[in-house]
Design a protein around this ligand. Structure first.
Ligand SMILES: Cc1cc2nc3c(=O)[nH]c(=O)nc-3n(C[C@H](O)[C@H](O)[C@H](O)COP(=O)(O)OP(=O)(O)OC[C@H]3O[C@@H](n4cnc5c(N)ncnc54)[C@H](O)[C@@H]3O)c2cc1C
Length: 493
């Protein structure tokens, strides 16, 4: 593995999102002196916290998987996730609600899920589900250490027996088709393939290898931190501070000062200069390249993931049909993906993720109130409406989501709303996210593994990237890994 040469005693981490916090903890564990500089006034980055009247919102991720990856970061400083955060395992992980009126609870326990599938679609599908589960686990085992949790120095590193194993598992087939080898019911196929959207690619076009995401949520399990998702970055920041990290919140990094191909100091918005031996850069790639004063040599422009509209709604009542996470599928499927990834239209028959965090943490709302987080995937601003167009579209789109929820069983939803906030691609753009999407570069084949923007920077020997724009990619588990990989480029461990 290539590592940063020379002295690496003092490291500045730019950004206190999950990747920056993971990098900080791993670096502290290897004896580095760490300063974390964050432009906002809180830790978490996209996993942030906002206040809406008496409600406390998680602004980003809601589905927490693979918490042991966070625990690895705590363990690096002799701390532990369990000592800092109470994690609730969600049973079921999701409730799936289909347009034909049927529903299915997605259990992560194999027996319970086989029983659920048997009742839902018959014994042949239940047997298929158990084989699918075995395949998902095998895919995960073939990929995690070799292709996800690894620092790539060359695409030739792919040439390992695990690659043959992945090929034998048909990991290079198309996701949708491979899932279809195990379960035939189109509703079940959706439950195990919609996750490819997290990686920014439709199931019909995604590599089957991406079923690893379905392993993470439908087999390994979905968790919810007591206090809300934001409790995770807060705990990581507390552990890093207790292990000796210095945090500078409300402070923007505006420049990296260089000498002889090394970053020698980090310049802050107020003009202060932090001398350093190495930097970990976690902002979006365009910001990173601007700070480095260079654009990468890349033959084609990056393709970005679809975006999302989020309606945060604090309501006077709840609806018993909703679980902690409910996926409300429309009739349409291929058309929906086509709209959000290719034609750039808003979903004509939407599928939505509805999260009700107050199911397990009533303190996120005033007493007797409920919080709903409704996520509607939508095109990014490269293929779909521009940020400007979203400003005028937003109220109509909000109304259409509310009336759709009412049609799908949440009667009186609109009238029950006491506080609300709508986030659209215009807001993601205003926050500086390229292509109006907070989900970064899509995981197309050409933007995955050794082909994703690397975490080392040509010509700058002591700058390392972390976060969703670099390897391994988008999502809480992957950015936690990216922080660890960045730290090991510096520590050599
Ligand atoms: C709405 C939404 C829903 C999601 N849902 C899920 C989900 O359910 N499950 C899942 O696994 N993943 C989900 N994700 C993805 C996941 O949250 C992200 O991939 C991950 O949090 C990104 O972490 P990061 O460290 O790469 O970036 P960030 O969290 O963006 O951290 C980068 C930090 O750098 C700071 N920064 C930027 N520029 C500067 C500068 N010049 N100076 C100082 N600081 C700077 C920023 O303020 C930010 O805090 C979701 C994301 C969003 C937005």
């Amino acid at each position: 593995m290539k590592t940063v040469p020379g002295r690496t005693d003092r490291v500045v981490v730019v950004g206190a999102g999950l990747s920056g916090l993971a990098a900080a903890l791993h670096l502290l564990g290897s004896g580095r002196q760490v300063t974390v500089v964050e432009r906002s006034d809180q830790a978490g980055g996209r996993a942030g916290r906002a206040r809406l009247g008496g409600y406390l919102l998680d602004t980003g991720p809601t589905v927490l998987t693979m918490p042991h990856l966070a625990d690895e970061a705590f363990a690096a400083v002799g701390d532990s996730l369990a000592d800092r955060v109470e994690l609730i395992a969600l049973h079921p992980a999701y409730r799936a609600q289909f347009a034909d009126g049927s529903g299915l609870d997605v259990h992560t326990d194999g027996e319970a899920m086989a029983e659920e599938v048997r009742a839902f679609a018959g014994p042949a599908e239940a047997a298929g589900y158990l084989r699918l589960r075995h395949w998902l686990r095998s895919l995960y085992e073939a990929q995690m250490r070799r292709f996800i949790d690894t620092n790539f120095d060359s695409p030739f590193q792919l040439l390992h027996p695990d690659l043959a194993r992945l090929a034998a598992l048909r990991g290079f087939g198309r996701l949708d088709a491979q899932i279809g080898r195990y379960v035939k019911d189109p509703r079940l196929r959706r439950v195990f393939s919609f996750q490819s959207l997290y990686a920014g690619v439709p199931p019909a076009r995604a590599l089957a290898a991406y079923a690893v995401i379905a392993y993470m949520d439908t087999v390994a399990g979905v968790y919810f931190p007591k206090g809300g998702m934001h409790a995770l970055p807060v705990a990581m920041a507390d552990a890093a501070r207790d292990a000796g990290a210095e945090f500078r919140y409300g402070t923007e990094v505006t420049k990296l000062e260089m000498s002889a191909g090394r970053v020698t100091s980090v310049r802050l918005g107020d003009g202060e200069r932090l001398p350093c031996d190495a930097v970990v850069l976690t902002p979006e790639l365009p910001v990173v390249y601007r700070l480095l004063g260079r654009t990468p040599r890349r033959p084609v422009r990056l393709t970005h993931s679809p975006s999302a509209v989020i309606l945060h709604a604090g309501t006077r009542r709840g609806w018993p049909g909703l679980d902690h996470h409910t996926i409300s599928f429309g009739h349409a499927w291929e058309r929906t993906f086509d709209e959000i990834t290719r034609t750039g239209r808003l979903m004509s028959d939407p599928s939505l993720l509805i999260t009700r965090p107050t199911a397990h943490e009533p303190r996120l709302a005033p007493e007797g109130r409920h919080l709903h987080y409704v996520l509607a995937p939508c095109p990014n601003t490269t293929v779909g409406p521009s940020a400007d167009e979203w400003r005028s579209l937003a109220p109509r789109y909000r109304d259409s989501i509310v009336s759709l929820l009412e049609k799908r069983g949440l009667d009186g939803f609109g009238d029950a709303i006491e506080e609300e906030q709508l986030i659209t691609p215009a807001d993601w753009t205003a926050q500086g996210h390229a292509a109006g999407t907070p989900f970064s570069a899509a995981h197309t084949f050409a933007q995955t593994g050794p082909f994703r923007p690397r975490n080392l920077v040509a010509g700058v020997e002591n700058a390392v990237l972390a976060g969703c724009g670099t390897t391994p990619g988008v999502g809480v588990p992957t950015v936690l890994v990216s922080g660890k990989l960045a730290a090991s480029r510096i520590s050599g461990q």
